[in-house]
Structure formats: C-alpha cells, structure tokens
Design a protein around this ligand. Sequence first.
Ligand SMILES: Nc1ncnc2c1ncn2[C@@H]1O[C@H](COP(=O)(O)OP(=O)(O)OP(=O)(O)O)[C@@H](O)[C@H]1O
Length: 262
Amino acid sequence: MSLLAVSALTVRTAEGRAIVDDLAFDLAAGGRLGIIGESGSGKSVTSLAVTGLLPPALTVEGSVLLDGVQIVGAPERRLVGMRGRVASVVFQEPLTALDPLMRIGRQVAEPIARHRGLRGADLRGAVADALAEVALDDPRITRAYPHEISGGQRQRAAIAIALASRPRLLIADEPTTALDVTVQAQILRLLDDLVEARGMALLFISHDLAVVSAMTSDVVVMRAGVAVERGTVAGMLAAPTDPYTAELVRSARSLDDRLGRR
Ligand SMILES: Nc1ncnc2c1ncn2[C@@H]1O[C@H](COP(=O)(O)OP(=O)(O)OP(=O)(O)O)[C@@H](O)[C@H]1O
C-alpha cells in the first residue's frame, strides 16, 4: 500500500477557479517524489491539501489517503493525530514554523514530549540529540530565540522540529528557496542524509529543476494546477514531452551555461 495516494485532487477558490485540477500521484513508504512547477502552479496548495492544512476558503474534492486515512473531509482532531506522527512539513520560510517568543531548545522539546512522552533528563537528552542531528549542538543555539540565529540555522531548527515526532513522510516545500546558495547546498545535503538514514518518504517541492534533481529522481511537473508531465528527471532532461517541461530544462541548462558548469 502507498504511504501517500493522491487521486482526482481538485482544489477550488471561493469563486470556483480550480487551482489544483485532477491531480494524482502515489508515494511508497521510503520513496521520494519531486513536484516541480513555476510560481503559482499549485505546489504549495497541494502540500497543504495533503496535510489537511488548506484555508477554509478553499474547497477540496478527490482523495488523499495518508497511511490509509482519508484526509479530504477528515475532522481536525483526526488530522492533529496524523500531523507530525505520519507526516511533517518543512516550509520555505523557517520563521513561519518557529515561535518568535520561545527559545529554540523549548521548541524542539515540545513535539518530542508530545509524541514520545519524554520528560526531565530524558527529554533534555533527546533535544540535544535532535539538535546534534541537524548540526546545531551548540548550547547558545539551544538557548537562543529565532531572531538571534541565522536563516540557515533557523531552517536547521525547523527541520529538527519537523523530525522530532519521527514522521514517516517529510514534505519539504521550497525548503531552501529563502537561503543563499552555499547554505542551500548544506541544507539539501542534510535533508538528503536524514531522509536516507531514517528511511522516510520524501515529497520535495520546488520551482528549481536542479534542486529537485539533487533530491529525487522521480518528478511530477505542474503548470496552472495541472500535472503536465511525470517521470524521471533523467528522462525529462533527455526528452521532455511537454512544452513547459522543455522550457524548464532549457532554462536550467542556460543557467548552468552562465555559471560555467558545462
Ligand atoms: N487561500 C487562497 N485563496 C485563493 N487563491 C489561492 C489561495 N492560496 C493560493 N491561491 C492561488 O492558487 C494558485 C496556486 O498557489 P500555490 O501557492 O500553490 O502556488 P505555488 O506553485 O506553490 O507557487 P510559489 O512557488 O510561488 O509558492 C495561485 O494562483 C494562488 O494565487
């Protein structure tokens, strides 16, 4: 059985415009899938629909089975039990995931206490381990507030929080877009290592073909809410069938040329 099975997923605005239109994809336990598309193509709306986090103004039809549980139309209390435990999300902007008024250590401790029931010295040890896993094992960072650390450190902290509940699926929605290029590469490597080490499934969302191809070999290409192409990155690079995919490949190549990478 798939860990995540999306079929006929359609999300509409209050005016009835479909911003995700008849989308379908499957992700096996431990598998990886990329969703690539330009800004406004419906990638973030898809990730919100998968975790039942869509704003109430949007209506949703179709099916999202997460670990066999129907997310579309599920009551909030059911979704709360799944979030973190089954699926966690890392967003583009780590500040949205972090509480500005709480020290980093406490923010990491909260999901560990909730999901694993640890207290006292055990909890402190688990927090130290979780922060060490994302290379933030500096007591100053544990005690810092989000605004006191760098953007890359904030994203590392957000990753530690997302993983603290030991999810089976990690959804990474443009996790490095807000970071500068060298930090981007470090965070991608960290995510790659953690997903591999824990055998998690990964749904990786980005507008950047090069970034997606660093994380996964299977992709769905979205344009204006519709999946216009799906397959392997290698296959798309060799022979894109959709004109929009061909354009993505051309612009990735031209960036490579300008950077002197080929
Ligand atoms: N709450 C909302 N109400 C109405 N329209 C929305 C809402 N949220 C998103 N949309 C629209 O849905 C479309 C898809 O948005 P989405 O954020 O999923 O795009 P995206 O592919 O993730 O783009 P980006 O990479 O810029 O985040 C856009 O046209 C957007 O304006």
